[in-house]
Design a binder for this molecule. Structure first.
Ligand SMILES: Nc1ncnc2c1ncn2[C@@H]1O[C@H](COP(=O)(O)OP(=O)(O)OP(=O)(O)O)[C@@H](O)[C@H]1O
Length: 571
């Protein structure tokens, strides 16, 4: 969760690129087929609207000639065209939903893969290049992106088609305007088309000036909204700790800060929205005056029948509606642009994840090889100089040293989570296991939590029960199938014992423990180590711990201090 100011979104075309990958994916043919059908239906719909215009003219001219029988004869065509138009719209909407769902699912799968690859989810939270609230980007932004892009994209295509179709009508039936001005004989062909288009383009220009900053304001709004959600989630997750501390006032302060940022930015959103809305409303109200002004030459020339008026009116309204679409959807387009900017930023951060100087090479050889290892912070300052070490297979090392010396960071570097610094690490990574101080216990069945990170069907039931017994958790055996938020139910000590049960099941050849027994009493701690060595006597073991009693289970001690590393034999 980030409480930093969001970066000003770059106004670049590159953000539109996040829309492209799906259309190059293995699903592209189905997607293009659906899109083609939807666009085809749009074209047909516009064509039906053009027929409607013609029908209007014939119908009203017939009506005002008082030919009742001929009017009635025209009605079946009207019913046919209306049914065709309605049917096409329903099918088009259905297909759009199917396409939207396929696109969203495909995108979300790709984003999840990127998020969970190369420890990106970890680096996004702890690394140098952070992207705030990735959960919001994956869950909400992607869904909105597909729905909004399809809606706005298809409406835009329809608007352009409508504009082109009715522009031709307006040009043809509107005729030519000719007049004399200061002795000049001026002739404007298609003057109705030009009059309508120029008036709307002018409004669009004014609108961009009035509501332009809405894109950035919307971008920031999403950032602040996500911050509020993340802070609330934080309170929910840490409810017990907060309650023990009586931290309600502090939490209230944090949440109020989030809310203040939302309120402050919201004022900007409102200002730009009311400005944009004023321009749109004034234009919507005044647009009829433009039509009347354009009809004046025809009236003066006595060249206007009711049928012709009706057709000009329908063509004018369609051209107006299609151009006005860009005006009316200005705020939605701005929101879509800000969603694309957020996704573009996420893509950029995921692609440029930390390229620190620590190199890890997997090997099949036994033992751990560390060469000239130095651990740095992201600002370049040094945490620890570890130097070169060879830990032969089957050796057990106890890592100690003052708090903050870099013990956990060294384990992170061994796990590939910390790359800032220099040096080279190699060991058999396939067969290694890391146990942090706070083990992750996913919600679900206890069997799931015990088998983690393997799936629950990985181990036989007997083996699971036996592992629980060895970890002094026999009391949990009847609960193996029970579902619960085990991370909240089990005490920290029980969670650490559960983590050892996982080790008994997985039987790694190398095990890294980072204060993995810190919550246990001495007897339980000693029992667990004894059982670990009983079961896996040849394991290569690296334990970071503060409890001196644990030295008895190790052969070497590595003492990490601010400026030096000492290795000494134990036993
Ligand atoms: N994600 C991080 N970003 C910036 N600095 C960090 C990060 N993680 C650790 N550090 C810094 O690295 C240094 C070493 O921290 P580390 O957790 O490795 O110490 P430690 O020896 O394990 O301490 P302890 O015994 O208290 O667990 C500390 O100064 C810490 O502030």
């Amino acid at each position: 969760m980030a409480h930093t100011e969001p970066p000003t979104p770059p106004h670049s075309l590159s953000d539109w690129k996040v829309l492209l990958p799906y259309w190059r994916s293995e699903d592209r043919w189905k997607a293009l087929g659906l899109l083609g059908s939807i666009i085809g239906l749009s074209f047909l719909d516009v064509q039906v609207a053009v027929w409607f215009g013609k029908w209007d003219q014939t119908f009203f001219d017939t009506m005002f000639a008082y030919r009742v029988a001929a009017c009635i004869a025209l009605l079946p065509i009207y019913i046919l065209m209306t049914s065709l138009s309605a049917g096409m719209r329903v099918i088009q909407q259905y297909m759009t939903q199917v396409l939207s769902m396929r696109w969203r699912l495909w995108n979300t799968r790709v984003y999840l893969r990127k998020y969970l690859s190369d420890d990106a989810y970890y680096h996004l939270e702890h690394g140098q290049n952070r992207a705030d609230n990735p959960d919001q980007r994956i869950a909400d932004d992607l869904a909105q992106m597909t729905v909004w892009t399809l809606r706005l994209g298809l409406e835009a295509i329809q608007a352009v088609t409508t504009f082109l179709s009715f522009a031709v009508v307006l040009w043809t039936i509107g005729g030519t305007l000719s007049f004399v001005w200061h002795g000049w004989h001026i002739v404007i062909p298609g003057y109705m088309f030009f009059g309508t288009t120029i008036s709307i383009l002018l409004v669009s220009f004014v609108l961009e000036k009035a509501g332009g900053p809405l894109v950035s304001a919307n971008y920031r709004q999403q950032h602040y909204d996500a911050d509020l959600r993340a802070t609330l989630l934080d309170v929910r997750r840490n409810a017990e700790q907060i309650a023990f501390y009586g931290g309600e006032a502090a939490e209230h302060f944090r949440l109020s800060e989030c809310l203040n940022r939302i309120a402050k930015n919201w004022r900007g959103v409102m200002t730009y929205t009311w400005r944009a809305n004023t321009v749109v409303e004034l234009y919507t109200g005044g647009v009829n005056i433009v039509l009347w002004a354009l009809l004046v030459p025809k009236l003066l020339a006595h060249a206007l029948t009711f049928g012709l008026y009706s057709r000009i009116n329908s063509a004018f309204m369609n051209v107006r509606r299609s151009l006005q679409w860009f005006i009316e959807n200005y705020t939605d387009l701005a929101t879509l642009r800000s969603i694309l900017q957020r996704l573009g930023e996420f893509e950029r951060v995921v692609v440029s994840l930390p390229a620190g100087g620590i190199v890890r090479t997997p090997t099949d050889a036994d033992g751990i090889e560390i060469k000239a290892l130095a651990l740095d912070r992201s600002d370049g300052s040094r945490i620890a100089d570890i130097g070169s070490l060879h830990i032969p297979a089957g050796e057990r090392w106890f890592i100690s040293g003052p708090s903050g010396a870099g013990k956990s960071t060294m384990l992170r570097a061994l796990a590939g989570l910390w790359t800032q610094g220099t040096g080279h690490i190699s060991f058999n990574m396939r067969d290694a296991m890391f146990l942090p101080q706070r083990s992750y216990v996913p919600a679900g069945s206890l069997l799931q939590a015990l088998s983690y990170p393997a799936t629950p069907d990985r181990y036989a039931r007997d083996a699971c029960e036996e592992a629980l017994l060895a970890a002094n958790l026999a009391v949990l055996m009847p609960d193996l199938e029970n579902e619960a938020a085990w991370g909240d139910v089990l005490s920290p000590g029980e969670q650490q014992r559960l983590a050892f049960a996982r080790v008994f099941l997985a039987r790694p050849s190398t095990l890294f423990l980072d204060e993995a027994t810190s919550a246990l009493d001495e007897k339980n701690e000693a029992d667990l180590y004894a059982r670990l060595l009983e079961r896996l006597p040849h394991i290569t073991l690296i334990s970071v711990a503060h409890h001196a009693a644990l030295k008895a289970f190790h052969g070497q001690e590595m003492i990490l201090r601010e400026k030096s590393v000492t290795v000494q034999r134990l036993l």
